[in-house]
Design a protein around this ligand. Structure first.
Ligand SMILES: Cc1cc2nc3c(=O)[nH]c(=O)nc-3n(C[C@H](O)[C@H](O)[C@H](O)COP(=O)(O)OP(=O)(O)OC[C@H]3O[C@@H](n4cnc5c(N)ncnc54)[C@H](O)[C@@H]3O)c2cc1C
Length: 537
């Protein structure tokens, strides 16, 4: 089961359970489309793949010209616009269509609910700075200077052998993004609303249809006529494990069975008032974070919370194809500092992946991907204590069915030793944001009407330059970056650095097409100096 695109209005928890269009989006016109002249999508527009200016005018939809439109407005849009501004594009040539107020809004929501509030450290490294395309000064250097301590620099020097990887605090990342957003005039380029579709325009370029915020305009839709379009819509949606979704729907219980990507503070609060058994599902970093919170609270408040951790794929030792290519693993978890080996962002794996096609690429993704979490010494010590004292138990298996019994949620777990039942007060699903791209309305429309296709992992098929294959329209080009393009020639797409690598490819491609300047050595140095002095770009 998949819900709405993540981020649509995530400050409200009900968003992730909603399966109807958002308030901004409104209801679709009844079958047959809206009448001509009504300012809404007519039947002819809905069924035509390539629109003429006259067709849009006949529908009564107001048209605004914008050479470059980025859809999404999250961190992917932000870093792309940052590159373009640094490459000399003025703010009046860029429009960002989004339902967010600021680019880190969805990211902050997801990290906060999955237990990375502002003072906690995120996963990526010191040089992955979405607010600074040069990655210098790194987060570690900035932290050392502002907090007057050598500790972050020492950690970077000795990581990962003698210390865990240095990672920045979420709050520092957001503060940097806010500064850069103001510097490049990002708020000036924002138009709020829900993008409904992108269609090719006869004569070149695209029409992007936006449903503006309710009451903000006279017509229900606005059209943006753009030569270049960039899609950065983030995760298509939240996906619950089927048995958890069935349980939630059957019992209308969104309180005892939750996703880690929903608000679930009530579970930590309940644990402070009584003895609880909490079942965790999943073995990635979000599971580690939720586990850390339960273990921290247990220690801090002297609680008696018991944790049963269920892994579908239980990793008990180091694993990999040969002695030189192995990933650490133990007690259920596969350990890796970052989502992928570091060389995918700029080393031999990056070069190798650019050459692979079809099944070969899919096989390589399988080999180096998979669920994993960093090895952090603090977590290890906490889990060890839990295992030894008996309040933290791990299991391997899949859940066949779930039922409610005497106020407990009983999961029937199929293990290699047969079926066993686990009763818990709460179940937290930490398995992910893995919805199919067709669940996202704009992407589904592009698959049907826009010529877009799927890559070997089933996501959007993009070129090495991040151009969306099959979607070219005369001199117009559509690009896509972020999680929707995972499976392409560059694996690290859904990370800060990956979004920046994509943005750089897009900016280079646009420079070749004459839309912006190339960021050569002198421009780069000049622009870095402006960045350092916080001078408007
Ligand atoms: C919990 C968590 C922790 C992470 N930690 C890290 C980390 O430490 N380091 C790292 O490098 N990466 C991390 N990532 C991965 C990634 O860098 C972030 O998810 C990043 O925010 C992705 O940026 P994005 O622009 O692709 O998506 P988002 O930032 O989510 O922005 C896309 C936005 O588009 C908007 N949108 C979607 N459809 C429409 C529409 N039709 N109309 C208008 N707007 C629309 C939505 O509001 C959506 O939020 C993490 C991800 C998660 C979930």
């Amino acid at each position: 089961m998949v819900d709405q695109p993540v981020g649509a209005s995530q400050t409200q928890q009900e968003t992730v359970r909603r399966s109807t269009p958002s308030a901004a989006e409104g209801a679709e016109p009844a079958s047959g489309g809206a009448p001509p002249g009504s300012g809404d999508l007519t039947e002819e527009l809905l069924r035509t793949d390539q629109w003429t200016d006259e067709l849009v005018a006949a529908a009564g939809i107001p048209v605004t010209d914008a050479p470059f439109v980025s859809i999404g407005g999250g961190i992917g849009s932000f870093v792309t616009v940052d590159y373009l501004r640094i490459a000399g594009v003025a703010t009046d040539r860029i429009v960002v269509l989004t339902n967010l107020d600021y680019p880190w809004q969805t990211y902050e929501y997801l990290t906060r609910v999955s237990q990375i509030p502002r003072p906690e450290r995120i996963r990526s490294d010191s040089a992955s700075r979405p607010d600074n395309i040069w990655g210098f000064p790194s987060y570690a250097l900035a932290e050392a200077v502002t907090e007057r301590t050598l500790a972050p620099l020492w950690q970077v020097l000795i990581e990962p052998i003698w210390a865990d990887f240095y990672t920045p605090k979420a709050g520092r990342v957001f503060a940097g993004l806010e500064r850069e957003s103001n510097r490049i005039g990002f708020p000036k380029m924002l138009v709020k609303g829900q993008v409904r579709m992108v269609r090719k325009r006869q004569g070149g370029g695209y029409f992007v249809i936006l449903t503006p915020m309710v009451g903000s305009t006279k017509t229900k839709r606005l059209a943006y006529r753009a030569e270049f379009v960039h899609l950065a819509v983030g995760y298509p949606g939240l996906r619950y494990l089927p048995e958890l979704q069935e349980f939630r729907t059957a019992h209308q219980d969104f309180h005892h069975v939750v996703s880690a990507y929903e608000e679930h503070e009530h579970i930590y609060e309940a644990a402070r008032t009584k003895h609880l058994v909490v079942m965790l599902r999943g073995g990635g970093i979000v599971a580690s974070r939720v586990l850390q919170r339960l273990m921290d609270d247990r220690a801090k408040y002297g609680l008696s919370t018991e944790i049963v951790h269920l892994f579908r794929t239980y990793v008990s030792s180091a694993h990999g194809p040969n002695a030189w290519n192995r990933r650490k693993g133990a007690h259920g978890f596969a350990y890796q500092g970052f989502n992928y080996p570091k060389s995918v962002w700029g080393g031999q794996l990056k070069a190798e992946m650019r050459r692979l096609e079809g099944d070969q690429r899919a096989a390589k993704y399988k080999l180096m991907g998979g669920t994993n979490t960093p090895y952090r010494r603090r977590w290890q010590a906490q889990m060890k204590e839990g295992r030894e004292s008996g309040w933290y138990r791990t299991m391997a298996g899949t859940v066949g069915a779930m039922r409610l019994e005497h106020g407990k949620i009983v999961s029937c777990v199929n293990t290699s030793h047969g079926m066993t039942e686990v009763a818990a007060d709460f179940v937290i699903d930490c398995t992910g944001l893995e919805a199919d791209i067709a669940e996202h309305r704009v992407l589904a429309d592009l698959l049907v009407h826009g010529g877009a296709g799927r890559n070997p992992l089933g996501r959007l098929d993009v070129e090495r330059s991040f151009e969306l294959r099959g979607s070219g329209s005369g001199p117009g080009v559509m690009y896509a970056s972020g999680a929707t393009t995972l499976g392409g020639y560059f694996p690290g797409v859904d990370t800060f650095l990956g979004l920046q690598v994509a943005a750089q490819e897009i900016a280079d491609d646009l420079a070749r097409r004459g839309f912006c300047r190339r960021i050569g050595t002198f421009r780069s140095i000049r622009q870095w100096l402006r960045w350092a002095r916080n001078k408007q770009s």
